[in-house]
Design a protein around this ligand. Structure first.
Ligand SMILES: Cc1cc2nc3c(=O)[nH]c(=O)nc-3n(C[C@H](O)[C@H](O)[C@H](O)COP(=O)(O)OP(=O)(O)OC[C@H]3O[C@@H](n4cnc5c(N)ncnc54)[C@H](O)[C@@H]3O)c2cc1C
Length: 334
């Protein structure tokens, strides 16, 4: 599959220049960071922009920087390999290094960025296919058609958000910075996603995600990320669970749980925090949290594994992750 022709590859050196170009060519331009998702999608003719904005030369958007008194700032162009190898992150926010280390394969982690992972397009069996396949089998709501093959009769797109780092970032109460022609704004990551597969993120055509902030208040939580995928060496998640936990006097002082790849958005399960707070973790509590996570998961036939299996694996992974993270802290009551 060849790349569709486009007029110009634009290479800004600053955020201001990038945002100016986005505003100028809005609706006919695509941002390219690592390109590990955008380029295959362009080859499949899912996107055929006239302009491609290659932001890789904006050096201020690279790296992991401690910000004393507030937390840690991560540039949108920071690669998964950098996240995975950062001692600072491993020490303070281990759930993120763990999630970053499971993205795709080593080569793709060298190219793929945290910004691209947060902005990652939603995925579906009926969407991530070549133009020839989609023509033959029927277009869908997300691209070129007006029906959903996954939920026939429905008008909502159920393509699944399938990024690995966002559930970890949700557990850490991360915020993101978005640059636009009218300046910068900072929003909690949990407000970034819409829950609708074909318009999954709140980002205007002239906006660029520039930075991620991890607050000091989320540092030093024990954390675990577990994912289900077909080939352990490379594939996107088909179900994913992130858990973080802090204890005090043997009890859970605070805990957060988020899931991915089973809904059109990654979801922070607020009820899990309430369920775990102040408790000593045992099997039955971990079971109950697993049940809650499975109820929140709404996978449809958007991937090669059945929705029932993926929902069940959310339950299993959640239970295991809660027990494992508690075990690290000697919180399990036998
Ligand atoms: C074989 C294969 C396996 C994969 N497995 C996984 C996996 O296991 N887990 C996983 O999470 N991902 C996986 N991916 C997808 C991808 O590698 C990662 O999600 C990666 O983090 C995407 O980042 P990128 O910089 O390459 O994004 P790009 O491909 O450059 O961009 C992705 C999307 O985000 C937009 N975008 C990028 N940066 C910005 C920004 N700063 N502001 C606004 N919009 C932006 C782009 O326009 C595009 O729509 C896989 C990809 C492949 C090809």
């Amino acid at each position: 599959m060849s790349l569709p022709e486009f007029k110009l590859l634009l290479r800004p050196r600053t955020v201001e220049e990038a945002v100016g170009l986005l505003a100028k060519h809005a609706n006919n331009i695509r941002v390219l960071a690592g390109g590990t998702d955008l380029i295959p999608s362009m080859r499949q003719k899912l996107f055929e922009p006239q302009y491609v904005l290659d932001i890789r030369h904006i050096s201020e958007l690279k790296g992991v920087h401690p910000r004393p008194g507030t937390g840690v700032e991560i540039g949108a162009l920071t690669t998964h390999t950098t996240l995975e190898r950062s001692d600072l992150l491993r020490q303070r926010y281990p759930v993120l290094t763990e999630a970053a280390g499971t993205v795709a394969s080593p080569l793709l982690r060298n190219m793929g960025t945290i910004g691209g992972n947060i902005c990652l397009d939603t995925r579906c069996l009926w969407y991530n296919q070549s133009l020839t396949w989609r023509k033959a089998c029927g277009f869908c709501i997300k691209k070129d058609g007006d029906l959903c093959h996954v939920a026939p009769g429905g008008t909502k797109c159920w393509a699944a958000f399938s990024g690995d780092t966002p559930p970890a970032l949700l557990c850490l109460n991360a915020e993101i910075e978005i640059a636009s022609p009218s300046g910068m704004r900072r929003v909690p990551l949990r407000e970034f996603y819409t829950g609708i597969g074909d318009s999954y993120r709140k980002l205007q055509a002239d906006e660029l995600l520039t930075r991620v902030f991890l607050p000091d208040t989320s540092a030093y939580y024990h954390g675990i990320y577990r994912k289900l995928r077909i080939r352990g060496s490379i594939d996107y998640p088909l179900a994913g669970v992130a858990v973080v936990l802090k204890r005090s006097n043997g009890h859970v002082a605070d805990a957060r749980l988020a899931i991915t790849a089973v809904n059109p958005a990654p979801i922070l399960i607020v009820g899990a925090t309430q369920m775990l707070a102040g408790k000593v973790i045992d099997e039955s509590l971990a079971d109950a949290v697993g049940d809650l996570a499975a109820k929140t998961a709404k996978p449809l036939t958007t991937s090669a594994l059945t929705p029932e299996y993926r929902r069940e694996m959310i339950r299993v992974f959640t239970k295991r992750a809660v027990l494992a993270v508690a075990n690290n802290e000697s919180l399990v009551r036998h």
